[in-house]
Design a protein around this ligand. Structure first.
Ligand code: AMP
Length: 544
């Protein structure tokens, strides 16, 4: 074969998620998918999963959903959500995972911005959508993912997911799709303004899944039982549902609000070997296991990320439970995986404490990605483990722009690179370590809180002159918001009164734990709140 012909052939093959779906059905028909729901555990296998995806796609076609249409989900990690994860992209539509932790205004904004035609909602989350439904003119139908009868609801027109599937045929001819077509859409919090959309093409998700399956990635194989504790409504549950299906692993989907007791129970009974979640989840589980005895001997790997993983947490899992935590770093804009903190072979004879310190770094960039670290003047910093700069990345599963948002795109994407907003050092082994963030946001329990939105709400109070919100470290949630407030002259106001005035506008977890009244806010040379100075001030406050 001539070189010209062979490159033609490889370019013609489209990297789409349909390949993963067909492979799982054919090669692993009896492998299980276990899903925890309101009414307990349900289980089926990849063959049954495939049939339900076919029914779903027939039902979606009958509802007029076609190529390129966006469809929203508002759901936990369940088998139905997994069916949408494949059903939508494999018919050519776009799976928009709406983050259930957003404020009501943001929920309405992202559904409208994405122009979602249908919305699939978990039963217990229906009230949150009812609250904003009047602001969703483009949604043509709501589908409630419930076990039995459709619950009473003001949403209309509405039907149940199971009703929809029951009436649809079981055979579906998946279309030949171009790998460049959008498969998924997720929104991430911008520092200012509205959330920013990120489109994932089939090709991005396909290649991202390959990288995750590598031993230096998450190392997921058919022999694994995976459990994504990171939600499917945030950054594709780190791609674990796609990768697990690609390799034919058994999947455990932990359902609504999984608490330490349920997590430990699922690991024990389903023999979970791979689990991934934010530090808050692992901190909670550790505390629970200090009181309770569970058999976690099946667990071979824990991936923890989304926020910096404390060294003490890695050490506690190692020493108390004999379990290995690997740190992962990534971003919604990166599908989302960027780096993993596994140790190199040459580090195997390092002293245990040095290994631990290395594992507390964000790790090595995944194969396929490239990075640069730039100082404020745009020059590359040396990889000496000391000099810091902003991390820029590019690669096959890194977005090139925000969806329909040229202004935000121009700020964060330039020359094919994504400016991550993470300030890092890179050591002589090429391991990344995040040392700061240029993004003025608070990440609490794995979800973002907008400092600017809180500041604006606080400053709207008639007695408030100025307010600044910063992130302060928190043992359980990684970070919590702290508000510094300056009152107008001669005003009296308590923290409770002030917070009471903004409660209705935000999800409960957004509200600052502390409000500190001060006489004046420190400012930078250009008159902005000097958040660095405020962070220093916060360090000096007495511990609560
Ligand atoms: P998201 O798009 O919500 O996944 O958030 C991505 C951001 O979360 C990154 O740019 C970092 O600021 C932060 N982040 C993610 N993983 C880590 C980690 N392992 N350590 C520190 N920060 C992290």
């Amino acid at each position: 074969m001539s070189a010209g012909l062979s490159s033609q052939v490889s370019r013609d093959y489209q990297l789409t998620l349909t390949n993963f779906l067909e492979r799982a059905r054919r090669f692993f028909p009896r492998q299980e998918i276990v899903s925890r729901g309101a009414q307990g555990i349900s289980r089926y296998n990849y063959r049954q999963f495939y049939r339900r995806v076919c029914r779903l796609d027939n039902a979606l076609s009958a509802l007029g959903i076609g190529q390129g249409d966006r469809v929203g989900s508002f759901a936990w990690n369940t088998h139905r959500h997994l069916e949408l994860y494949f059903g939508l992209p494999c018919m050519g539509a776009v799976m928009h995972t709406v983050n259930i932790r957003l404020s009501p205004e943001q929920i309405a904004y992202v559904i409208n911005h994405a122009q979602d035609k249908l919305l699939f909602i978990d039963e217990d989350l229906v009230p949150a959508i009812e609250q904003v439904a009047a602001k969703l003119p483009g949604v043509q139908r709501y589908v409630i993912m419930c076990e039995g009868e459709l619950p009473p609801t003001s949403l209309a027109p509405v039907c149940s997911y199971e009703e929809l599937l029951a009436e649809a045929p079981e055979n579906y001819d998946f279309p030949q799709l171009d790998e460049g077509l959008p498969a998924g859409l997720a929104y991430t919090s911008g520092t200012t303004g509205d959330p920013k959309g990120v489109i994932y093409t089939h090709r991005m998700l396909f290649l991202h899944s390959f990288a995750l399956a590598l031993a230096g990635g998450f190392g997921i194989s058919e022999a694994d039982t995976t459990m994504a504790l990171v939600p499917m409504f945030h950054a594709n549950a780190w791609g674990i549902p796609y990768t697990s299906t690609m390799v034919g692993a058994k999947q455990v989907l932990p359902g609504p609000h999984p608490q330490p007791e349920e997590i430990a129970g699922l690991i024990q009974t389903e023999r979970v070997s791979f689990a991934a979640g934010v530090p808050t989840v692992w901190i909670g589980l550790l505390q629970f296991l200090e009181q309770q005895n569970y058999d976690l001997s099946s667990l071979q790997q824990i991936v923890c990320g989304g926020s910096a993983v404390p060294l003490s947490l890695i050490k506690a899992y190692r020493d108390k439970l004999g379990l290995q935590i690997h740190q992962a770093w990534g971003m919604t804009e990166m599908s989302p995986a960027g780096s993993v903190g596994t140790l190199k072979r040459s580090m195997s004879d390092w002293p245990a404490e040095q290994q631990l310190a290395q594992q507390a770094k964000q790790g090595l960039l995944l194969p396929g990605l490239e990075m640069r670290v730039l100082d404020e003047s745009g020059c590359e910093v040396p990889w000496d483990g000391e000099t810091s700069g902003e991390l820029l990345v590019r690669g096959p599963w890194v977005a090139r722009e925000y969806y329909r948002d040229p202004e935000a795109s121009a700020q964060r994407f330039a020359g094919g690179w994504l400016r991550t907003g993470d300030v890092v050092t890179v050591d002589r082994e090429s391991y990344l370590q995040i040392v700061d963030r240029t993004k003025d946001l608070v990440k609490s329990g794995g979800e973002w809180i907008s400092s600017v939105a809180l500041e604006n709400a606080l400053m709207a109070h008639p007695q408030v002159l100025e307010a600044a919100v910063i992130a302060v470290p928190d043992e359980r949630w990684s970070e919590r918001p702290l508000a510094y407030v300056v009152l107008k002259p001669d005003q009296q106001l308590s923290a409770e009164e002030l917070l009471g005035s903004i409660t209705a506008q935000f999800p409960k977890f957004w509200l600052p734990d502390e409000v500190t009244f001060i006489d004046e806010l420190p400012k930078t040379g250009v008159g902005k709140f000097n958040k660095r100075a405020l962070r220093q001030l916060a360090q000096q406050r007495p511990r609560r």
